[in-house]
Design a protein around this ligand. Sequence first.
Ligand code: DSN
Length: 429
Amino acid sequence: MTSSPLDRWITNDDEVTALLAREWDRQTSTLQLIASENFASPAVMAATGSILTNKYSEGYPGRRYYGGNQVVDEIEELARHRLRSLFGADHANVQPHSGANANVAVYQALLNPGDTVLAMRLDHGGHLTHGSPASITSKIWNFVSYGVTPRSDDPAVPGEVIDFDNVRDLAHAHRPKLIIAGATAYARRIDPAPFREIADEVGALLMFDSAHVAGLIAGGSHPNPVPYADVVTFTTHKTLRGPRGGAILSREEFAKKIDSAVFPGQQGGPLEHAIAAKAVAFKEASLPSFSKYTDQIVANSRAFGAALTSEGFRMVSGGTENHMVLLDLREFDAELTGKEAQEVLDRAGITTNRNQIPDDPRSPFITSGLRVGTAAETTAGLGEQEFATVAALMARALRHRADDGAIDQVHRDVATLCRDFNPYANFLI
Ligand code: DSN
């Protein structure tokens, strides 16, 4: 078992130390392909584990309810300043504990209960907080959902891409107060311009949920929604490669309402250790090396998707333009569900998640799809060639899933690959 540099902080708790060491081993000896995960830098982790966890700082810089916040004020101001500069936004709120909190705070700031919101269907790639029946959001606000176009087998006609005719028709029919762009299981680039156009036609506000692609935007690999959207929300731990958490960017006119919705509307004391770590991540994301990283993420996805296709998998929407590949498993094997694929790959040391695909006949717990992402293993140093190898390993494990010996062999091959790509040996910062 490899020892973790973090062990020294917790040597007085053998049980937690042992569990952390096991997780360290899992993360560095198996492949991490969950599209919403990444490997944060040692600097981000150091800030997350810092003495700032001890401080209460309810309020905002210069307007705190407790004393002793002189240094904390400077930290939060630095994070806000770096974030505004990174995306060219008027206003930044770095306090949301998560992307879900950020989204709900925006709804609270901009809407009244019962107002109509137009957002992407969860089973077509949207997020729980975009009005899923399972989410509190659908109980407070009236969500109407748009989806993707039908599947197309004609390469000249893109299928399973955002259906802007559907967005426009629903917007005109329901006159939403807010339109949400952004997705959680969608492999195509999302252009903010047509969303702005439709929002303007019906007098709606536009929110861009860039949770997944915030890093790609910061690195310049995807279009920046800030000039188009009234509000942009995101998480800091996915492609942006920071600590777990959320953030909100907005036009100045919404700043006060959004700040009040985050605190005291939604949350109590902010997590200033996470905010310091966000500041570190925002600086890292502004470096030229980060743009190289995000371009490599996209190139790796393309290579990964092509290799998976030649193994017999079908990519939903026929391709990828971001950090993820959404697979329809039925072409590879009609009997193979997303649940079984995830479990088999776990046994083979390849971490993925089952995912519904558009018009999936199977339930969200079983699914016909699998979502894989390249952000984390690109951080670890994998390139296009290695992702082609990963595609072959995945196919081998799934093809021979009834054969324990074959699965064990894939696991050994994965461990060999991971030995050459330790995520914490590849940071240039
Ligand atoms: N739904 C999570 C994901 O994309 O993995 C994020 O909230």
